[in-house]
Design a protein around this ligand. Structure first.
Ligand code: ADP
Ligand code: ADP
Length: 223
């Protein structure tokens, strides 16, 4: 479970991106809905311990994220909004390399993990192709595969379906839903349908504040 209390973040330019955010998120798919500039990426990056906050707290499974970012990183998978890998090496070799960086040193174990993740993200048959030649949907699924290295309990995906065609978007959604059965998955998006179709719980963020929190069936009818 993830508990966020009175979280505030002001950038050096004076923009207050998060203004007293309170949220409780449990297992399953959680949707963070908000327009551009609402503060979604700021919140995702702060939860992922990639940037500091002015005040407030974030606790995931007993880990005080702001005080102990190292512990969080061991159990976090993160797909940033601007995830862009265009190397010319094969998908297999790239994921294998990222697995080494993640500390998965034993080569037999690493092979199993890498092959398993490629299969799980429907990329196994493309494992010898360069990620630079992947379609948008394949790239985003590769982004999930790399985020899943280390078997995280918390998975954060920031605006993942922008630019995907409907079929790719559906396939990506199905992948997230299957992951939500075992993990806390937080999906940030400005697309109402993404949360109404996928998420058991959601919140609406605007101007750095949570306006509404609850289940999508209830809330979407109020929007
Ligand atoms: P969203 O993801 O919902 O579009 P962001 O978190 O990216 O929202 O942005 C929230 C506000 O914070 C915006 O006004 C944006 O311009 C500002 N902002 C985001 N990142 C930075 C940064 N690194 N430095 C200064 N301002 C930023
Ligand atoms: P493209 O736009 O190049 O078709 P997609 O992201 O739509 O890329 O699909 C990537 C590949 O995944 C396709 O070659 C497709 O045949 C394959 N694929 C689709 N569904 C499955 C599945 N359930 N299991 C394995 N591979 C699949």
């Amino acid at each position: 479970m993830l508990t966020i209390t009175d979280l505030t973040k002001t950038y050096d330019n004076g923009v207050r991106a998060l203004d007293g955010v309170n949220l409780t998120i449990s297992k399953g798919m959680f949707g963070l809905l908000g327009p551009n500039g609402a503060g979604k990426s700021s919140l995702m990056r702060t939860i992922a311990a990639l940037q500091s906050a002015d005040s407030g707290s974030i606790v995931f499974d007993g880990i005080d994220v702001l005080a102990d970012p190292q512990s969080l990183r061991k159990t976090l998978g993160y797909l940033p909004q601007d995830f862009n890998v265009y190397p010319r090496i094969s998908a297999y070799d790239l994921l294998d390399h990222l697995a080494v960086l993640k500390g998965i040193n034993q080569s037999k174990q690493r092979k199993e993990i890498v092959e398993g993740l490629l299969a799980h993200t429907n990329l196994y048959q493309h494992k010898s192709k360069a990620v630079s030649g992947f379609s948008g949907g394949m790239r985003q699924r590769f982004g999930i595969a790399q985020a899943l290295l280390g078997d995280p309990k918390l998975l954060i995906v920031d605006e993942p379906t922008a630019g995907l065609d409907p079929e790719e978007r559906n396939r990506f959604h199905n992948l997230l839903v299957s992951l939500g059965e075992e993990k806390v998955v937080i999906l940030s998006t400005h697309i109402v349908e993404d949360v109404s179709e996928l998420c058991a719980n959601m919140a609406v963020l605007a101007s750095g504040k949570i306006l509404l929190q609850g289940n999508p069936q209830q809330l979407v009818s109020e929007l």
